[in-house]
Design a protein around this ligand. Structure first.
Ligand code: EL8
Ligand code: ZN
Length: 435
């Protein structure tokens, strides 16, 4: 008896019992129109490329698709300072000559340029992360995807590493309105310093970053950086050298995340999927394939904990879009063929026009001993994490104790995001061959 013969409610229940997840997808077509400037490696267009693959592979039919409601200035002020947000809101390329001192103060320049529509761009990518977290909190989805998010370097009052508003922090703050503990995992090649810094002294968020370390931006993320005060042992850093490949990455990622899930027992997970850790990335130095990078997504999904899945870095944009389309299929437990479907950006994917990429034969400078010793050190730290006791329920709905360390505002009002119907998405397909 096929699922189709059951009512939608029963088939959805049966699918969930079989491990299928309710996956929501936040996307705003405007995002791809913003431009960091000529020659800049960060290209928001990559998210639109990923979207076209997700549509032409037909994956959107299994997603609940939303155009996120635009966040407000007060949403951004849950983490960022008034001065900084006002600066982002008021400064434009046309009036920047009036703000020269503030440009320097807020680190806006070459890495984080001022470009037309910057504030709107920040609100769009942040809306998907906050709106997605709110949807998870309402138990309307098991997984929410926002590939435009993951800008993990932004600080309270400073732009950094192509990031202006830290949507990761704001999404986590939203999740903390419902969950006592939230786990942040970061597989971008760059250390997730902005998120670690935001939560370094609290045990309500555990940050876990796997990144290139040593003469590499941002320079933070040593294995000995474990957190401070109440947050001690709630920061996990796995510093790595050039050439990390699939086998080596899986052999550190799975044991570390397993230990965290056992010792920390988070109520929700924010997974930053920066794709600059892929082989051949314009700025990266790792050697991961889509399958190696995607195994992190598959493993995190397997725990059955609500997941906010967001993007991040990634500068060889044909591979970034391949990666995030593939990882959307992983979240959907849906196989996709290696031959890419025809789409508006098909020419980007030549000469092979295939989904999967080939790692190079570069040397892996992470010796087995280095990886095992570092993994051992981290697992020893994780044994010191105070296992949550059943009765501690602060911050959960219905309890009177609201932890003072994290601002816990009112839950966001009822679903304001705009659901995009499948018929509407179908209608947006420009080319008959796009199916
Ligand atoms: C490069 C910092 C790394 O190239 C930012 O590397 C990583 C962000 C990330 C590089 C460049 C870097 N910036 N985090 O993925 O997860 C060190 N910056 C750069 C800026 C503008 C640019 C070229 C390179 O275009 C130009 F202005 F030259 F036209
Ligand atoms: Zn990065």
């Amino acid at each position: 008896m096929s699922l189709a013969s059951f009512s939608p409610f029963v088939s959805s229940l049966l699918e969930r019992m079989a491990g299928k997840k309710r996956v929501s997808y936040f996307y705003d077509d405007e995002l791809g129109n913003y431009h960091y400037g000529y020659g800049h490696p960060m290209k928001p267009h990559r998210v639109r490329m990923a979207h076209k693959l997700i549509v032409t592979y037909g994956l959107y039919k299994k997603l609940e698709c939303f155009s996120p409601r635009m966040v407000t200035q007060s949403d951004l002020l849950q983490f960022h300072s008034d001065d900084y947000v006002n600066f982002l809101r008021m400064t434009t390329p046309d009036n920047m000559h009036e703000y020269l001192q503030q440009l320097q103060r807020f680190n806006v320049g070459e890495d984080c340029p001022l470009f037309d529509g910057l504030y709107e761009y920040c609100k769009i990518y942040t809306s998907g992360s906050i709106g997605g977290a709110a949807r998870l909190n309402q138990n309307k989805s098991d997984v929410v995807i926002n590939w435009s998010g993951g800008l993990h370097h932004a600080k309270k009052s400073e732009a950094s590493g192509f990031c202006y508003v830290n949507d990761c922090v704001l999404g986590i703050l939203e999740l903390l309105k419902k969950h006592q503990r939230v786990l942040y995992i970061d597989i971008d090649i760059h250390h997730g310093d902005g998120v670690e810094e935001a939560f370094y002294t609290t045990d309500r968020v555990m940050t876990c970053s796997f990144h290139k370390f040593g003469d590499y931006f941002p320079g933070t993320g040593a294995v000995s950086d474990v957190g401070y005060g109440k947050g001690k042992y709630a920061s996990v850093n796995f510093p790595l050298k050039d050439g990390m490949d699939d086998e080596a990455f899986v052999n550190i990622f799975r044991p570390v995340i397993s230990s965290i899930m056992e010792n920390y027992q988070p109520g929700a997970i924010c997974l930053q999927c920066g794709a600059d850790s892929l082989a051949g990335d314009r700025l990266g130095v790792f050697n991961l394939s889509l399958r190696g990078h995607g195994d992190c997504v598959k493993f995190v999904k397997s725990f059955g904990v609500p997941v906010l899945c967001i993007g991040g870095g990634g500068y060889t944009i044909r591979n970034v879009s391949r990666c995030w389309a593939y990882e959307t299929s992983v979240m959907l437990d849906t196989d996709v063929q290696d031959e890419l479907p025809f789409n508006e950006y098909f020419e980007y994917y030549g000469p092979d026009y295939r989904l999967h990429i080939q790692p190079s034969n570069m040397e892996n400078f992470n010796s087995h001993k280095y990886l095992e010793d570092t993994k051992f050190e981290i697992l020893e730290y994780l044994k010191r994490v105070e296992k949550p006791s059943a009765q501690i329920q602060t911050g959960q709905p219905g309890t009177t104790q609201t932890p003072k360390s994290i601002p816990v505002g009112e839950p966001r009002e009822a679903r304001p995001d705009e659901r995009v119907s499948r018929e509407e998405l179908d209608a947006r397909i420009e080319h008959p061959l796009e199916y």
